[in-house]
Design a protein around this ligand. Sequence first.
Ligand SMILES: *[C@@H]1O[C@H](CO)[C@@H](O)[C@H](O)[C@H]1NC(C)=O
Ligand SMILES: *[C@@H]1O[C@H](CO)[C@@H](O)[C@H](O)[C@H]1NC(C)=O
Ligand SMILES: *[C@@H]1O[C@H](CO)[C@@H](O)[C@H](O)[C@H]1NC(C)=O
Ligand SMILES: *[C@@H]1O[C@H](CO)[C@@H](O)[C@H](O)[C@H]1NC(C)=O
Length: 517
Amino acid sequence: MGSNFNFIMIKNYPKLTNLLLSLIIIKTDLSLSEKYNVLFICVDDLRHLAETDVLLPNMMKMAAKGINFKSAFAQQALCAPSRNSILTGRRPDSLRLYDFYSYWRQTIGNFTTFPQFFKENGYETFSVGKIFHPGLSSNFTDDYPYSWSFQPYHPPTEIYKDAPVCEDPLTKKLESDLICPVIIKEQPGQTLPDLQSLKYALNILRQKHNKPFLLAVGFHKPHLPLKFPRKYLDKVPMSGIRLPAFPLMPENLPLVAWHPWSDVRKRDDINQLNISFPFGNMPPEWILKIRQSYYAAAVYIDNLIGLLMKQVNLNNTIVILTSDHGWSLGENGLWAKYSNFDVALKVPLLFLIPGYQQRSVSTPVELLDIFPTLADLTGLSKHEPKCGHRVNYSLCFEGESLVPLMKSHTTYQRNKNYAISQYPRPGEYPKPNSDKPRLKDIKIMGYSIRTKRYRYTEWISFNNTMFTRNWTSIHGLELYDHHVDPNEAKNCYMKKKYIHTVEKLSMLLRTYVNKFK
Ligand SMILES: *[C@@H]1O[C@H](CO)[C@@H](O)[C@H](O)[C@H]1NC(C)=O
Ligand SMILES: *[C@@H]1O[C@H](CO)[C@@H](O)[C@H](O)[C@H]1NC(C)=O
Ligand SMILES: *[C@@H]1O[C@H](CO)[C@@H](O)[C@H](O)[C@H]1NC(C)=O
Ligand SMILES: *[C@@H]1O[C@H](CO)[C@@H](O)[C@H](O)[C@H]1NC(C)=O
């Protein structure tokens, strides 16, 4: 009956019909604006830091309110592969991206990214700062317009990122140093890139939005060079900085696991130290100085995150804070990313979700899990088309939603309670390109599995044109028992008491990785 009545109204009262139609449209808009906004904060090269290393008050505040994943791991400790993996929810093996030089839509499949997914589901999506790695791996456009409703914003002063603006404390000469505390007023443009990104992001948050939005903010620091406002050094006095517990090459380390951290060596201040290639150690006083400046840069970004968070309405916004990968600060004699060590892979991962209670989760999880988690939280996951592995034009998550871990007060059994990562090498012996081999030079892939207790890694032959692996051609094996060796200082894969552990982990690792062609 009702439908007849409507029909008559539509037929006889066109003006009223228009009114009804416009009401329907308003209603649709309302239901969209009832959806949560999303703020995705990605800090470049920010490792997982403990309160005993440095105090990051704003992130601590978020951890005290939100859901803190204390064992979250990147899929590869390099910017472009990790970022594309996070954004598409697919492993480096699925994207076939281990360096900086291919764009998945062009080479492998037109995979959906999570910002694109939100955009296609009625959100306005914004990219501020470094979200995609710039350049070929995002087609020189940060994947615009697919992922973003608006042209991605890059802070103009980012062009000075490696400029010689750091004053040598002795000679007063301006250099391109690793350690680079600066006075903002003396910098080109009298600002810094992350300050510009913050300002731009705050403006977006202050705008009135008719649609729900996803705002992705990518801060550049503490990525090298360690350039930050000088005042932050006061927050981390040298007296509180400690050497790493184990600053030397681990016992029985296969050489393929070592990387020469060339990007650290080549900076003017470090270059002057003449550290022998590829195994020379950083002088202890410099270890302390670099750690101090890395922490100061982290405090700087923490402060900007605090300013950003002040503008966020936590009643209707989901906030995610993470980093693309970790960073070695002299542990095991290593620096920067470029490895399968825990410190290079472990990242902060925090969620603030309206209505969710504070929780800390120690189950190992992956950055791949972010995309399915967001789809789950916003109720959009039902839009996910069913599909097999590596079908084009599809969502097909490779990670797993973290929502059950966030809610359950009993032990929730995930499909897998371990994290998988990988790192490529051009050969066994460390060479200048061992940090960042190009695809054509990759001969070896290190696959690593992290359970709650162990990290186990197999370095095997890898074919860079067929993308095949040879598990019988082994270039190195590593096992670290975090119960007794949290610093990964003793490779114990050959110890008798671990024979069964190695067998079990090897089987798990190979079975899992082989699912990805
Ligand atoms: C890839 O997907 C996007 C978004 O769905 C679509 O606009 C575009 O046409 C697709 N490209 C190709 C080559 O199919
Ligand atoms: C990537 O950029 C090139 C050059 O601007 C353009 O021709 C091409 O269509 C882009 N690729 C995709 C998948 O949009
Ligand atoms: C490094 O080598 C250069 C050139 O050989 C030399 O002048 C300089 O004193 C050396 N520096 C240190 C710290 O050994
Ligand atoms: C958020 O919700 C709380 C409790 O319902 C309310 O007191 C507060 O004013 C809200 N804040 C904003 C910014 O909407």
